[in-house]
Design a protein around this ligand. Structure first.
Ligand SMILES: NC(=O)c1ccc[n+]([C@@H]2O[C@H](COP(=O)([O-])OP(=O)(O)OC[C@H]3O[C@@H](n4cnc5c(N)ncnc54)[C@H](OP(=O)(O)O)[C@@H]3O)[C@@H](O)[C@H]2O)c1
Length: 259
């Protein structure tokens, strides 16, 4: 069974075309996560600064996934540490986006509950597409003003943590985001899993070991205390390209919880 899912001949990992969740006032975007991890499940080194351990193929995969998405989202620490721009990935991918019926550039969303996000981060120097910052009521007045100066929109959604159902439905309603790609980091991913709003996870497994209990993993927040609460996914595809594995897992809401 497992072997049948593995393909060495298919260089492009499966990309779902499911546009969104529909229906009712709670309509939200289809949420998918894309992360690269080492063979020991780490997404960065212990000092958190190095996370680009994937191949050129992995980078192309990231841009291909972005080219199916209306918006890209990152946590505040990822934006600061990785100096991300959340761009389309150049002319080739902008054109692919247009062919896919999307805008030339993805909307950019940053999560910073307390508003601690550095307004001098490189992303704010790239005025390519609108930037939305999600914050909570914990934000101070001065941080709110500071972020309003650099972002196109600051959305307050939640008291102490982002209320994802409210945030996602607003993002869908206000900006018509039907597919939202989250690219980490660990804390944001965990919060999305905790709210059970993740529909698909793309993982690139790279044959490196980083080790260390301080090296972040895919989801590092509070996590689940019991296995029965684990959020279940099913393996939709595995593609091997050279020495990396590209996995796609889809949320499985049909199976009973583990006991
Ligand atoms: N390998 C990969 O594919 C990959 C991809 C991305 C990132 N990374 C790595 O991941 C690491 C960063 O991950 P991280 O977990 O430290 O940081 P993160 O998830 O990027 O950002 C954390 C920040 O986001 C805000 N936040 C997260 N969840 C929230 C919630 N539920 N409500 C309100 N605010 C929330 C908080 O901002 P405030 O502090 O402002 O409240 C929090 O401090 C870096 O080492 C980076 O290199 C790896």
């Amino acid at each position: 069974m497992r072997k049948a899912l593995i393909s060495k001949s298919q260089p492009v990992p499966q990309i779902s075309r499911e546009p969104s969740h529909t229906g009712g006032p709670a309509a939200r975007p289809f949420v998918f996560i894309n992360m690269a991890m080492t063979a020991d499940g780490k997404i960065a080194t212990a000092n958190r600064t190095v996370s680009t351990f994937g191949s050129k193929r992995d980078l192309d995969h990231l841009y291909e996934l972005r080219a199916t998405s209306d918006a890209v989202m990152n946590g505040a620490r990822t934006v600061e540490l990785n100096k991300v721009k959340m761009s389309a990935g150049g002319k080739h991918y902008s054109e692919l986006r247009l062919r896919n019926g999307l805008s030339e550039l993805p909307l950019r969303i940053i999560v910073s509950g307390s508003g601690s996000l550095d307004s001098g981060a490189p992303i704010f120097k790239h005025r390519s597409s609108p930037i939305i910052i999600l914050v909570t009521r914990r934000i101070s007045k001065s941080n709110l003003e500071r972020l309003r100066d650099v972002a196109d929109h600051v959305l307050i959604c939640g008291e102490t943590a982002i209320d994802w159902n409210a945030a996602l439905s607003q993002i869908r309603r206000k900006w018509n985001v039907r597919r939202l790609l989250c690219e980490g980091g660990a804390a944001v991913n965990d919060a999305l899993f905790q709210s059970d709003v993740v529909d698909e996870v793309h993982l690139t497994i790279c044959p490196k070991i980083v080790g260390g209990r301080n090296s972040p993993t895919i989801a590092d927040g509070v996590g689940q205390q019991h296995l029965m609460n684990a959020i279940r996914f099913r393996l939709a595809s595995v593609n091997q390209v050279r020495d990396e594995l590209f996995l796609c897992c889809r949320r499985d809401r049909t199976r009973a919880p583990l006991s």
